[in-house]
Design a protein around this ligand. Structure first.
Ligand code: FE2
Ligand code: FE2
Length: 321
């Protein structure tokens, strides 16, 4: 428990835009919220590799394959920085992984949707990475130092992800009738789940107020969702495609796009584990973890061997001296 004075100083630091660092005193709830948010983010990066990795061997050209491979590897890197950032708050990576595998920890629901055609890879890059960037650019100024710093690098890579997705769709949108239809179909299927990525409405989001006060979150779910709609509604015109929302309309007064209602029933169902691929994704994760056991064991054995060698060498050096 922080004393009244320390709690006041903590808030004052945040108000003055001074980053909170791992060894600084912090309220228990601040630590817990950051652990939950950062680990959830790390899990999303790792689970997010699955629907896309599925297409690496089926990419339509060597160039597309190389690009997708690089992107999926970036996501693995993002997961690793983020697990490391969460560990600075006093949780071990094994515990986070166990929580993911047992279903206690969440990851972004968007990855519980299937990737049916090559155009889905484009739609994921454009819409899913696009939505992630909006969220993460805002988080580069989050109050917890290690998380904010990890996000600066992540955002640079995310913008490449969005570009490659849009570019893949642009090629399809200029292709044959079949390619155009494939492009539109992928946009139709990914649009609403992408809007759901911003989470529940502000009025139903339990952590919003405190997280904004602590600057863990810099913008609310609804604010971010609106910026995303404004951006995508313009970009889809370049593709010559449409967004599957009859209510989407420019509002001259608010200078924003009005848009239709999200299917909240579907949203909560997927969050609760009843999405099209929840089971499949968790099973794939667990299998990958089990198959990687030998790598972790080899790394531990190598570290131990190195430590023994260094110890022996130091001892020997001392004796000679
Ligand atoms: Fe990422
Ligand atoms: Fe990404």
């Amino acid at each position: 428990m922080l004393t009244h004075d320390t709690a006041f100083l903590f808030q004052q630091k945040i108000d003055n835009e001074i980053k909170i660092e791992p060894k600084d005193p912090m309220p228990q709830a601040y630590r817990k919220t950051n652990i939950r948010q950062i680990s959830q983010h790390a899990h999303s990066e790792i689970v997010g590799m699955l629907p896309e990795a599925n297409w690496i061997s089926r990419a339509p050209s060597l160039k597309r394959k190389a690009i997708l491979l690089a992107k999926v590897q970036d996501e693995a890197g993002h997961g690793l920085y983020l697990y490391a950032a969460a560990e600075t708050l006093g949780i071990h990576r094994d515990e986070m992984i166990n929580d993911l595998h047992s279903g206690t920890a969440k990851y972004s629901s968007i990855f519980n949707y299937p990737t049916l055609t090559w155009a889905d890879i484009g739609a994921i890059g454009w819409l899913v990475d696009g939505a992630a960037i909006l969220n993460q650019v805002a988080l580069c100024r989050t109050s917890y130092g290690p998380y904010a710093r990890a996000l600066v690098r992540i955002c640079k890579e995310e913008s490449f992800h969005q570009r490659q997705g849009f570019d893949a769709l642009l090629v399809l949108s200029k292709g044959t009738l079949q390619q155009k239809e494939m492009c539109q179909d992928a946009i139709n299927r990914w649009w609403w789940p992408s809007l759901m990525m911003f989470g529940p409405r502000d009025s139903e989001s339990t952590n919003n107020d405190q997280s904004i006060k602590w600057k863990i979150k810099r913008k609310t779910n609804d604010e971010l969702r609106q910026s995303f709609v404004n951006m995508a509604a313009e970009q889809v015109k370049v593709l010559g495609m449409t967004l599957p929302d009859a209510a989407l309309k420019w509002n001259e007064e608010s200078k924003q796009y009005n848009f239709g209602e999200i299917n909240w029933e579907e949203f909560w169902n997927v969050v609760k584990g009843k999405g099209p691929c929840n089971k499949q994704r968790l099973e794939a994760r667990k299998k990958a973890h089990e198959e990687g056991t030998w790598v972790r064991e080899a790394a531990i054995a190598y570290a131990e061997k190195k430590r023994l060698f260094t110890d022996t060498f130091k001892k020997g050096a001392l004796e000679i001296a």
